[in-house]
Unconditional design. Structure first.
Length: 258
């Protein structure tokens, strides 16, 4: 005797070449019709259809104590001809109405499974196409981002170079300004020294002249500016007169405080 799988109506159709292991049990949620036999014993000489499953399996009482498994319809996609025709497996002289009913149920289940597999394939193809488009978009976005980053780096390097040049120029300007300040200070010191020297010379000359004139010149005189000379009533002051100095005679014509 051989044992042939008897597919209940509405159950998923197994894939080609499916061989249940000794521990296999159908999903409890599938619930075969009351009194339905999942396995039918047939003579060893009986003809078995190409899509039928005929294997040596444990009896139902031993198999019920083992762990249950679950088929996935997507895993059987493309099983358009994977129908278990029990009638073909039992054929050759038997006309049991239950066998005919099983054959009809198996055919309906196979058609439903094929339709479900086709839908699953179409959905999978659509998802694969959407995934390919998403991957292409992502690749394009990554390339654009890389270009933007490269352009940003170039602009950042250019700005850094300009900032370095600007700092160099600022340093040069500060150095030049410091030199100018130092030179102005030197000039101011020299002018002050010249004025002091001229004042000392005038004071010394006035004192000498006063001694030679016997005091007729009224003694030495020095005017810090023309206001002082006018206040003393000495303006204008002529070259050779007491109190005359070059800082009072800006145009050098010999007459100060004109």
């Amino acid at each position: 005797m051989r044992r042939v799988y008897n597919l209940p109506p509405g159950w998923p159709v197994p894939p080609a070449g499916w061989k249940p292991d000794p521990e296999w049990q159908p999903d409890p949620e599938w619930s075969p019709p009351p009194g339905w036999r999942l396995w039918v014993d047939v003579p060893d000489t009986a003809l078995i259809g190409a899509d039928a499953v005929a294997v040596d399996v444990p009896d139902e009482e031993a198999a019920s104590s083992r762990r249950s498994g679950r088929w996935r319809v997507v895993g059987w996609a493309g099983a358009a001809v994977l129908t278990f025709f029990v009638g073909l497996g039992i054929g050759g002289g038997q006309s049991d109405p239950a066998v005919a009913e099983a054959e009809a149920s198996a055919s309906a289940s196979a058609a439903a499974a094929v339709a479900a597999a086709d839908d699953a394939r179409a959905e999978l193809a659509s998802e694969q196409e959407a995934l390919a488009e998403a991957q292409a978009t992502l690749k394009s976005d990554e390339a654009a981002l890389a270009d933007d980053q490269q352009g940003l780096k170039k602009r950042t390097d250019a700005v850094a170079k300009q900032e370095k040049k600007l700092r160099t120029r600022e340093d040069k300007v500060e150095t030049a300004a410091a030199k100018v300040d130092s030179r102005e200070s030197d000039v101011a010191e020299r002018e002050a020294a010249v004025e002091q020297a001229e004042a000392a010379a005038l004071v010394g000359g006035g004192a000498s002249g006063g001694g030679s004139d016997g005091g007729s010149g009224g003694g030495a005189a020095y005017y810090e500016n023309c206001d002082a000379a006018r206040a003393a009533g000495a303006a204008p002051v002529y070259r050779g007169d007491p109190g005359y100095a070059s800082h009072l005679d800006r145009d050098g014509d010999g007459v100060g405080c004109e």
